[in-house]
Write a protein that binds this ligand. Sequence first.
Ligand SMILES: [Ca+2]
Length: 187
Amino acid sequence: MIWARSAASRWASRRSWRRERKPNTASTATGSARLANAQSDLDTASKLLNAGGQAGPALQAAKSYRGAAFADFNNDGQMDVAVAALDDYPSLLMNQGVKGNHWILIRLAGSKSNRFGVGARITVASGDKTQTREVKAGGSYASCNDPRAHFGLGSAEVVKEIKVVWPSGKITRLTDVPADRILTIEE
Ligand SMILES: [Ca+2]
């Protein structure tokens, strides 16, 4: 009978744990309401556009998400995202957005510096814009983003200059690089 009591206790404990999860959902709903209010304020100021309604069914379900990894999973030049929700399978959200804009995805291959070029600073000049990105090893909670650096180029078909400042101090420059490709730059 001791075992039975123990099993019942464990069962009751699990039940208790499950019950404690429900307020978490309510908390998420409250958080969603706060976000909606904040979104409304931002909409009023015309700073952001809430496009959730056009983003597909995956973004219509309210879930408690933890972690997000941004990467171009299918190498089509559009960044995608993998997200993990509590008590659920991970989801891979493929970017099927506007086509026609140009891009470049830069993969660093370090030799004196570390292998992925973590810590390197990449500057891309195209059209009348200059963009800078640092290669990082981390990202969101319990997640790691694509170590390759993605740059959106808009209507520019050629990158005027790519400059890489490696952690070792070495500087690499490339000029007149065609867009819409995955480019590997070695140290
Ligand atoms: Ca993609």
